[in-house]
Design a protein around this ligand. Structure first.
Ligand code: SF4
Length: 160
């Protein structure tokens, strides 16, 4: 039976939307088991693959060149990419250091170098095309379910 091939990815953030996803499984695992193939979701399984996906859900802001490269790889493998939560959509609160004053910025500069972090923390859409957003800090659960259901119908897993 055809399933929606889904990836769930996390970048710089507190991972609260990932926690909400696991909580949603309490109510939805029986239907999702039939409808969704998790190609990549480290919170759910130990075996994960970087291969073609119908929808990639991406949580967190982008804080390094390495993360930007991984995001571009996810975009290349996905038909649809959804930004999950405020950090992914508007970069805040993960990008607070973008607005530090000069003194604070010079204080953290050695740590940015040490941990290979970019000077500016970015939203997903500053780097790749984003098809949908789920706003909220953490994500709004109903908005996430609405987007997921939209793609279950669009990819003909569920009837309209
Ligand atoms: S949007 Fe809020 S809940 Fe989600 S990762 Fe960022 S800080 Fe955490």
């Amino acid at each position: 039976m055809k399933k929606l091939r889904v990836g769930w990815f996390t970048f710089t953030c507190c991972e609260d939307s990932t926690i909400l996803l696991t909580e949603l499984f309490n109510r939805h695992w029986q239907e999702w088991l039939k409808e969704i193939e998790f190609v990549h979701a480290k919170v759910l399984q130990s075996h994960n693959e970087m291969r073609d996906m119908d929808v990639a859900f991406v949580e967190g802001a982008i804080a390094s060149y390495e993360q930007a490269a991984k995001l571009k790889q996810i975009r290349a493998l996905s038909q649809k990419l959804v930004a999950i939560g405020a950090c992914a959509c508007i970069s805040l609160p993960s990008s607070q250091r973008n607005t530090f004053d000069a003194a604070a910025k010079s204080e953290i500069a050695p740590f940015l170098l040490q941990f290979h972090q970019n000077e500016k923390v970015q939203t997903l859409s500053e780097i790749v095309t984003v098809d949908d957003t789920v706003q909220g800090c953490p994500m709004n659960e109903q908005a996430f379910l609405n987007v997921l259901n939209k793609y279950l119908k669009e990819f003909e897993i569920k009837s309209p």
